[in-house]
Ligand binder design. Structure first.
Ligand code: 5AD
Ligand code: SF4
Length: 336
């Protein structure tokens, strides 16, 4: 494990080529050129929270809100399977009206349809609810820390805290979820020292999945006039995470793609081994605008997934339909 000081030096070094080469070697030794694909079903953009960086925040009145029915979710899942994606992720804002049984029933229906792993990315809920969804068959849960810096966290995530988020991550691990977390890089006020510390803290946790993506200002939020996060910094963060977390699944995030035409390829070149294309129906996918450029690919879902798969192949990778669990997770669990 690197120290926070060593991480900082790698973030600030003049040239990062050797860092990326190292990260690719580590990635290749565990995963080769196989890239796991997760189909993300963004089934509702309703959110009770008001995170300053996010277009779904409740005070954004310029957004048309939607929620898919169970049948619509199931047909998106079917589409993901037909496109050869090996996992589905059910993702939404924190809908104040969410009935936990709606999610529970949906998980059970997915598991009747196909045996692919189901990942949830539904934000903060009580332990009983996490436990119930796990009993319904959910396999994995994504809950991003965004930053471990207490001051920044409280500033950008009103009413929420680092301690609260961490205790939920621990809860999820203890309930047997393969748990993922992550960061936004380049939030206003986030220094390289803070990022170095965030990468260190993230790497100490028993996670199966870790994601980092650059901050992208959304015009309908209070950070709309702030500067984007630096792509290069986000790529260095990806590479450092790979070096410190060898067998953990790390996506080439769609936020990279929103800032650069070949952002995902660059994420893979920095050591990532996962892509997470949206399989949200075309009629609503533009409304899931967490940041501008999200879900901006033209065409139908099968067209945009196949387009991404072609890009991966052209860059020398093999899009995989495997379940793609983390080989590191069992080992990391023993350490806590
Ligand atoms: N820029 C980049 N990433 C963002 N997220 C939310 N808002 C932004 C933004 N403006 C990320 C957060 C969140 C995930 C759904 O998207 O990490 O957890
Ligand atoms: Fe809601 Fe998540 Fe956006 Fe925060 S980041 S406003 S919790 S959707």
């Amino acid at each position: 494990m690197m120290t926070p000081q060593e991480i900082l030096e790698a973030l600030e070094a003049e040239n990062a080529q050797s860092l990326f080469v190292h990260a690719r070697l580590v990635r290749d030794s565990v995963f080769g050129k196989e890239v796991f694909q997760r189909g993300v079903v963004e089934f509702s953009n309703n959110c009770r929270k008001n995170c300053h960086y996010c277009g779904l925040r409740c005070s954004n009145a310029n957004l048309e809100r939607f929620a898919l029915t169970k049948d619509e979710i199931l047909s998106a899942v079917n589409m993901a399977v037909e496109c050869g994606l090996g996992t589905v992720v059910l993702q939404s804002g924190e809908d104040a009206d969410l009935d936990p049984r709606f999610i529970g029933d949906t998980i059970e229906c997915i598991k009747e349809l196909t045996d692919i792993p189901v990942t949830l990315c539904l934000g903060d809920h009580d332990r009983d609810i996490y436990k119930y969804w796990r009993a319904c068959g959910a396999d994995r849960y994504l809950l991003k820390m965004e930053t471990f810096d207490r001051e920044l966290h409280a500033r950008f995530r009103p009413g929420q805290s680092v301690a609260g988020r961490l205790s939920r991550l621990e809860m999820l691990c203890n309930l047997g979820y393969e748990t993922g977390s992550g960061l936004i890089t380049g939030l206003p006020g986030m220094t390289p020292e803070i990022l170095a510390h965030d990468l260190y803290r993230l790497s100490e946790l028993p996670l199966g999945m870790i994601a980092v993506g650059p901050f992208i200002p959304h015009p309908d939020t209070s950070l709309g006039r702030s500067r984007s996060g630096c792509v290069e910094e986000s790529l260095r963060a990806t590479a450092l995470l790979r070096i410190m977390n060898q067998g953990v699944n790390i996506p080439a995030t769609s936020a990279l793609d929103a800032l650069l035409p070949n952002g995902r390829e660059q994420g893979l070149e920095a050591g990532a081994n996962v892509v997470m294309p949206s399989v949200t129906p075309e009629s609503v996918r533009y409304e899931y605008s967490i940041y501008p450029g999200k879900n901006s690919s033209a065409g139908t879902v099968p067209e945009s997934v196949s387009n991404l798969q072609q890009r991966l192949k052209a860059a020398g990778y093999q899009p995989s339909s495997a379940r793609g669990g983390s080989p590191d997770r069992a080992a990391k669990f023993k350490d806590i």
